[in-house]
Design a protein around this ligand. Structure first.
Ligand SMILES: *Cc1c(COP(=O)(O)O)cnc(C)c1O
Length: 419
């Protein structure tokens, strides 16, 4: 079930200090997740979590994760810049490529980051943009369907990421000719899965392939990067991923293939790390009764796109009414001119009054960061509920000037306040 560790009073106090809508993040919860993950992989002398920056690209959060020993997985120049200003460097950063501008390789090389190549053609790009480092990571795509037992976990054959096995061989030969000494292997084959066998199965495949390719090429297999994909329970009936069991499963796969150790393990979890530690706090502004009952709130899909984009479920509670009967049926909507701007459809909830605070759960990953500006709607603030119980603004809400900023060449720029 979703994360209910914070009392309603926390959301209410935050809403007294900051105008809704805002995302609130729980520092303690994020630290606890990082510590739990590190415990689950403590058996591996060379383990590191590289938090997927795109999930929650806020420096305040990234610094907390740095204190907990995490690195960062970046996917763009701006994310590399964020990593740098937060004090990450060298082997604390991975740049995961896919169809990216070549300059981003140069930028990553200047930081000394690991580079995770997506395609055979990336080898030449890397040679001419920053040069080939001693250790390079390669994204693997096994094609077909990825199954565990009889369950299809993902369809890599339809995914744009990674290289085929023959391409890995060709890339490694070219990298070796360019001076590389070692390689890592990375694959992302399933998204948001709470199945405890996902990482162990993936790890077993990468360990075996890494050993084979090392034997063939004479390059050292340095690490397996299990990427992201470990899921969280968005729905009340879903269960948490047992991360200790995941770590133990990966350990077994590791010991079978590398009984002497010597190979590293990396993860790039985003959702699992921070997803349950964020909540979108919004206020009921309108009630409308037509063929259905609608509650219009002051947040919209610009603050949280997952329901509109994927039909994703996010649990919703009403502050002060946690134990009330859920005897009303509502569609909870934002204000966009787009009928899929709904946080919930036909959801049983307690009776909602105008002014009630609604808490949308599990928005700590791929929430605010996926936001956009459709309809000229502005993205909201981000608030950190600190370990000592304080409320800290870690991103202000957007202002109209932010929306107009890219029009600074326009004749109306002065009136728009951007020149
Ligand atoms: C998005 C992404 C992740 C994080 O995925 P989660 O589902 O948040 O765990 C990790 N690695 C790469 C390369 C990604 O693109």
């Amino acid at each position: 079930m979703p994360n209910f560790t914070l009392e309603d009073s926390v959301f209410e106090e935050a809403a007294e200090r900051f105008p809704t809508p805002f995302h609130l993040y729980d520092e303690l919860g994020i630290r606890e997740n990082a510590r739990l993950l590190n415990r689950a992989f403590a058996w591996c002398e060379d383990f590191r979590e590289y938090f997927a920056v795109k999930a929650l690209p806020n420096p305040a959060i990234l610094r907390i994760l740095k204190e907990e020993g995490c690195g960062l997985d970046c996917s763009s120049a701006t994310e590399l810049t964020l990593a740098k200003v937060c004090g990450f460097q060298g082997d604390e950063i991975i740049l995961s490529a896919n169809a990216m501008p070549p300059e981003e390789f140069s930028q990553a090389r200047e930081l000394g980051a690991f580079i995770n190549l997506d395609d055979l053609t990336d080898v030449e790009t890397l040679r001419t943009h920053g040069g080939i480092p001693e250790t390079v990571c390669l994204r693997y795509n096994p094609g077909g369907a990825f199954t565990i037992g009889n369950t299809i976990m993902g369809n890599p054959g339809e995914a744009k990421y990674g290289m085929t096995e023959p391409q890995l061989r060709e890339a490694l030969a070219a990298l070796k000719a360019g001076g590389a000494k070692a390689f890592g292997l990375h694959a992302f084959l399933s998204s948001n899965t709470t199945d405890e066998h996902y990482y162990p199965t993936l790890a077993g495949n990468l360990f075996a392939l890494g050993k084979t390719l090392a034997g063939e090429t004479g390059l050292r297999f340095a690490f397996a990067d299990l990427s992201g994909g470990v899921g969280i329970p968005y729905r009340p009936e879903e269960k948490k991923t047992d991360i200790m069991a995941v770590g133990e499963g990966v350990r077994k796969a590791y010991r079978e293939i590398f009984p002497q150790g010597g190979v590293g393990v990396k993860t790039e979890l985003g959702r699992w790390m921070t997803g349950p530690c964020g909540w979108l706090v919004t206020r009921a502004m309108h009630e409308k009764r037509i063929y259905r009952n609608y509650i219009g709130v002051d947040a919209s899909a610009v603050n949280l796109m997952r329901p509109a984009m994927y039909g994703a479920y996010h649990h919703i509670t009403v502050c002060g009414k946690r134990n009330a009967q859920e005897d009303h049926l509502y569609d909870i909507t934002g204000s966009l001119c787009e009928n899929n701007d709904k946080f919930a459809i036909q959801r049983p909830l307690p009776e909602i009054r105008l002014g009630d605070l609604l808490v949308i759960h599990d928005t700590g990953a791929h929430g605010s960061s996926m936001g956009y500006n459709y309809n000229g709607r502005l993205r909201g603030a981000e608030v950190l509920y600190t370990a000592d119980g304080d409320y800290k603004l870690i991103r202000r809400a957007e202002k109209p000037q932010d929306y107009f900023a890219t029009l600074d060449m326009d004749p109306a720029a002065k009136e728009l306040g951007v020149r």
